[in-house]
Design a protein around this ligand. Structure first.
Ligand code: BG6
Ligand code: MG
Length: 220
């Protein structure tokens, strides 16, 4: 039987938490008098918490002390945790659960490859922790996307090669990370923004019926 490593980003791929990250960053930017819109937010997708705050400060041309930096990061995360308090199975994005179950049934190795330090509790809230063989998140890596570390670590732990791996991502940084690792990159979202991906779908429900099979036969 053919096998590939199937590696999933979390925020914006499995669950629509991207909108909550946006709200929390927007509040934080406002507290520093920095303008922050959907346009800037797009550039923060897939980007670690610390690098996101650095970018926001750069855009606002603001310098703050290390102490204030740390407290702003904590404040953002607190707001975000408050916003995702009620996440449940109902918040899994359309088609994702079915897709994961089909992969399981066909015996494919599955990993999570997320920049988030909140990934494990979120998977628990969604009730899908058991569908992943390996979880690599923001607490496990030192280099943030677009560095491929998170995906290389995931495929290594699944004992697969990068060339045998498929990554599902909603962010440009994540697509670039997958591409630089030599992995097949599947974008979820806007094809204009994700044009570096090997293929792009709006949602999992738009993938053809036998898509898993075609991915198993696909070469980078
Ligand atoms: C990524 C999100 O998955 O995780 C980013 O796309 C977020 O928006 C990053 O900043 C870090 O997440 P967290 O939960 O550790 O702040
Ligand atoms: Mg994402």
């Amino acid at each position: 039987m053919k096998k590939k490593a199937f590696i999933f980003d979390l925020d914006g791929v499995i669950v629509d938490t991207a909108k909550f990250h946006f709200v929390a960053w927007q509040r934080l930017a406002a507290s520093l008098d920095i303008n922050f819109t959907e346009k800037e937010n797009e550039q923060l997708k897939g980007v670690s918490r610390v690098n996101s705050l650095k970018k926001i400060l750069e855009w606002g041309d603001k310098q703050i002390s290390e102490d204030l930096f740390q407290s702003k990061m904590a404040q953002k995360n607190q707001e975000y945790l408050e916003l995702i308090k009620t996440l449940s199975t109902d918040d899994i994005l359309p088609g994702v659960h079915d897709f994961l179950i089909k992969l399981r049934q066909s015996g494919q190795p599955i990993a999570l490859g997320s920049a988030s330090k909140n990934a494990r509790p979120i998977l628990e809230k969604l009730g899908i922790m058991n569908l992943f063989d390996v979880i690599v998140d923001g607490t496990d890596v030192t280099k943030a996307k677009p560095d491929p570390e998170v995906f290389l670590s995931a495929c290594g732990q699944l004992q697969m090669q990068a060339s045998e791996s498929v990554v599902f991502e909603d962010s440009l940084a994540g697509i670039q990370a997958a591409n630089s690792a030599g992995m097949i990159s599947i974008g979820l979202g806007d094809p204009q923004i994700l044009k570096e991906a090997d293929e792009v779908f709006q949602t999992f429900t738009q993938m053809p019926e036998d898509y898993i099979n075609s991915l198993l036969n696909k070469k980078k």
